[in-house]
Write a protein that binds this ligand. Structure first.
Ligand SMILES: [Zn+2]
Length: 217
């Protein structure tokens, strides 16, 4: 695999870089991304491919299960928090996307019970804030099928992270001023489809089919 990856580097230098040479020169000393994308570290979630984004378009943070620490637990994950702070206060991104995905191992292990993560003590501790989402599902949807519960866990986890984002004054103030918006997405890997959370209906609906219906109207 590492040889394949290095061949990819050669392809980048010989083909991709040449194609975008002007863009790379423009980007050498500056970046002005308008999007902060917070996604899972999962190898199947490739933000640039998913969004058709070019270098310089999106500022990306990825961690297990696309989490944002709550304001009360803000010392738990300074990596994510410093990235958000930089993106919002320095880069002044206009949109923050929190993107979950299907078959998320992090979400699945919370749903199964973190007790089973005894071999992964750091992960077990890191995922603790997601227990509240699992409890909500067990309370309201305990009889649903495992697949439905997994999807709900992935969706409600995204909603929970949006809630956390809004707890930070520097984010909430910008949302109130209309300078920042936040969106919750779930990427279905097998279907190649992304659904977005609608706060009014409290449901996730496919983004692309909505774009099409807007085009036709
Ligand atoms: Zn994941």
């Amino acid at each position: 695999m590492i040889e394949k990856i290095k061949r990819g580097l050669e392809f980048f230098q010989m083909i991709t870089y040449k194609e975008y040479e002007t863009l790379y020169h423009d980007l050498e000393l500056q970046q002005h991304p308008e999007i902060l994308f917070i996604g899972c570290s999962d190898s199947r979630v490739s933000p640039e491919i998913l969004l058709g984004a070019e270098p310089g378009d999106i500022f990306v943070l990825r961690n297990i299960a696309n989490t944002v620490p709550s304001f009360d637990a803000r010392t738990r994950d300074m990596t994510t928090l410093s990235g958000i702070e930089y993106a919002v206060l320095v880069l002044e991104v206009k949109t923050i996307i929190v993107c979950g995905h299907s078959n998320c191992g992090g979400c699945a292990s919370v749903l199964t019970g973190r007790d089973q993560l005894s071999q992964l003590p750091y992960t077990k501790d890191y995922l603790q804030p997601l227990d509240i989402v699992r409890e909500e599902i067990e309370k309201n949807a305990g009889d649903e099928t495992p697949d439905t519960k997994a999807r709900m866990m992935e969706e409600l986890n995204v909603v929970e992270q949006l809630k956390h984002l809004k707890e930070y004054p520097f984010i909430n103030e910008r949302i109130a001023d209309g300078n920042l918006s936040i969106e919750g997405w779930r990427y279905d890997i097998g279907e190649g489809e992304v659904a977005m959370y609608d706060e009014e209906t409290q449901r996730f609906t496919p983004i692309v089919s909505q774009l099409k219906s807007t085009d036709h109207s």
